[in-house]
Design a protein around this ligand. Structure first.
Ligand SMILES: Nc1ncnc2c1ncn2[C@@H]1O[C@H](COP(=O)(O)OP(=O)(O)OP(=O)(O)O)[C@@H](O)[C@H]1O
Ligand SMILES: [Mg+2]
Length: 606
């Protein structure tokens, strides 16, 4: 019988799981490891290799060994993240036509989703081989901060691997699902995820069977690799102390030391001290060989990495502050990611929250396990858990006066569908342009434009009469569809958000921060724009009356009105809100006066 699987597609390692009976099991690689290094490489003879095998030849084939591609997915070539990546990789990157980033492997360029797709094909293959069954449905996890473009790209990667991806879910939510039997109390749970390259802290609210992410923060360049770097540095320093030579420029030596550093780090999670031995590391001038040998203790490692651990604690405090919660309001914490196995981390978490974290399940496997359970939930095999994710930023459209009208608010749970009805702003307007925006600013032009589409062929009607219903729909994978329909004719038009227009996670944070800073300023600008539109309308009305009935006014009235109109024209080019309000008042008064004069005229006629 075909099987469903869950895949944790990690930056450093991936993991795949399926449910046997009621419990999730891990699918091992043919070499017997329970996690799969997220690495794809092409050998000299053109064959593609994956996982552990690709990792082993990384040093000798660094140009054609692609790792950490998850960092590139849905990103622009010019983004800060990609620039940072370039410093850390041996393979080359190049911009795609639409500005996205592509990687080069053996002279050919591939999109990140193609590379992820290759890795997923491999995972597909080993899963089917291991289970001896076809793979039916798949759930893939992504970081909670992944935006629409990154989620779509992940889904595309799944399609490339011929997988039927039924759901993309957030990693912290998946971790919580794996612990579902222990989550017996409603409330807030924290998921601390320290993996190979990234750190995430998520606060998830549990109400019965509903899991909802309420706060997520992270550092996309903080993970196990940085812990390794501290040890690597320490080793280089010790070497320098002993033989007075800096070996930091030798690629082969770096590689040997890196491998030893990670091993030592892992050993120190189990033992209080570890012996580091690197024989034949360097040939000295006198022809003798230099062998490195030194002891590193757990306490020393904790000192070396103190700053990194503190940074994660600092981010937890931010995430809590964001939702105004004190640490003691958190029911329990879940540890995720291989690096969270470092003993001092659970000690720090216990200190901060006053309770021990859950760590019964393997932190590298728990996300995949949750995904596997979710794939069964979708098929109705496991007790139904409702999963809710949230939108990272508000979505809406531009309306008159450069105003951003939000249709779906940030942090709304998805899937979601919401509509709002709009109308035309000019008589006999045949076309409405729907400008889709994402962001938090009240002024439309300050937000990220996701694209336009036109609803063409609206029947002739005075302004304000046609009813155009605009609907935003975000599906369970976070993919956005916008449609507009003219209620009278049923004429409709829609668009799917172009993945290339996605925002990077750090951009999202920046946008939210900026929106808060500019809130007052934006309100004023929106008010100003609205007042200006009103002033312009009053101006048009008064001017039209005045020019049509100029002979009905006394010379003094004529002078007064002309001068007022002149001042209004001038003021419309400026941004002085008080002056505009004053003129608006005066114009309204004049309009009423004109009305009175004309009424009198008509009466005398009557
Ligand atoms: N026992 C251990 N003690 C300390 N660190 C460990 C231990 N076991 C694994 N690690 C580290 O965990 C990291 C890998 O974690 P994991 O497999 O969860 O990463 P990932 O999920 O792919 O990364 P990311 O979350 O950044 O996408 C590596 O840096 C590895 O050295
Ligand atoms: Mg991970």
């Amino acid at each position: 019988m075909p099987k469903n699987i869950g895949i944790d597609l990690g930056t450093t390692n991936s993991c795949v799981s399926y449910v046997e009976g009621k419990e999730p099991e891990i699918i091992p690689t043919p070499e017997g490891s329970r996690v799969i290094p997220s690495i794809v490489a092409i050998k000299k003879d053109g064959t593609r290799i994956f996982g552990n095998i690709a990792k082993r030849q990384m040093i000798t084939n660094s140009k054609n060994t692609i790792f950490a591609v998850k960092r590139l997915i849905g990103r622009k070539y010019d983004s800060a993240e990609v620039k940072e990546m370039k410093k850390r990789i041996g393979y080359e990157l190049t911009p795609a036509e639409n500005g996205d980033v592509k990687v080069i492997m053996r002279g050919e360029s591939y999109s990140p989703e193609e590379i992820s797709g290759m890795l997923l094909s491999y995972i597909h293959q080993i899963s089917a081989d291991y289970l001896g069954e076809e793979i039916r449905d798949v759930v893939i996890t992504v970081p909670a901060f992944f935006n629409d473009a990154q989620r779509q790209a992940t889904k595309v990667a799944g399609e490339i691997a011929r997988l039927n991806v039924t759901r993309i879910i957030n990693e912290p939510t998946a971790a919580l699902i794996a612990y579902r039997n222990k989550i017996v109390k409603d409330g807030l749970y924290a998921v601390y995820d320290l993996g190979g390259g990234t750190f995430d802290i998520s606060i998830v609210e549990v109400i019965g069977d509903i899991y909802k992410d309420v706060s997520t923060l992270g550092d996309t360049f903080l993970g196990g690799n940085d812990f390794d770097l501290q040890i690597i540095n320490w080793i280089f320093n010790e070497i320098e102390k002993e033989i007075n030579i800096d070996l930091r420029d030798d690629k082969n030596i770096i590689q040997r030391i890196s491998q030893i550093a990670e091993k030592t780090k892992i050993e120190l999670s189990f033992n209080q001290e570890a012996m580091i031995s690197i024989p034949y590391l360097y040939q000295l001038k006198d022809g003798t060989n230099y062998h490195f040998q030194k002891k590193l203790t757990r306490v020393e490692l904790e000192h070396l990495t103190f700053g990194l651990i503190e940074r994660t604690i600092e981010l937890i405090n931010y995430a809590l502050k964001d939702i105004n919660i004190k640490p003691d309001k958190i029911e329990r914490t879940i540890l995720v990611g291989g690096q969270s196995r470092m003993p001092i981390i659970s000690k720090k978490i216990t200190e901060l929250f006053g309770k021990e974290p859950f760590k019964d399940l393997n932190p590298e496997e728990v996300v995949a396990q949750g995904a596997a359970i979710q794939s069964e939930i979708i098929k109705g095999k496991v007790k139904d858990l409702l999963l809710l994710d949230v939108t990272p930023l508000s979505l809406g459209v531009e309306t008159k006066g450069d105003v951003f009208t939000k249709i779906i608010e940030r942090n709304s749970t998805i899937p979601i569908k919401k509509s709002m009805t709009f109308t035309t702003i000019a008589d006999n307007q045949r076309t409405v342009k729907i400008h889709v925006l994402q962001g938090e600013r009240e002024v439309a032009s300050e937000n990220k434009s996701l694209g336009y589409f036109n609803l063409i062929g609206i029947p002739l009607a005075p302004k304000g009469i046609p009813q155009i219903e605009v609907t935003f729909e975000i599906d369970a994978d976070g993919i956005v569809k916008v449609s507009a329909i003219d209620k009278k004719t049923g004429l409709s038009q829609s668009m799917k958000i172009n993945p290339a227009s996605g925002l990077a996670p750090e951009e999202i944070e920046e946008i939210i921060k900026e929106a808060k800073e500019y809130q007052q300023h934006d309100k004023e600008r929106v008010e100003l724009n609205k007042l200006k539109i009103k002033l312009k309308e009053e101006y048009n009305t008064v001017k039209q009356f005045f020019t049509s009935y100029v002979d009905k006014f006394s010379n003094m009235e004529k002078d007064e009105i002309s001068s007022l109109l002149y001042r209004v024209e001038n003021e419309l080019n400026k941004d002085n809100i008080d002056a505009i309000k004053k003129l608006l008042n005066q114009l309204e008064t004049v309009r009423l006066q004109i009305n009175n004069i004309l009424m009198k005229e008509f009466e005398t006629w009557g």
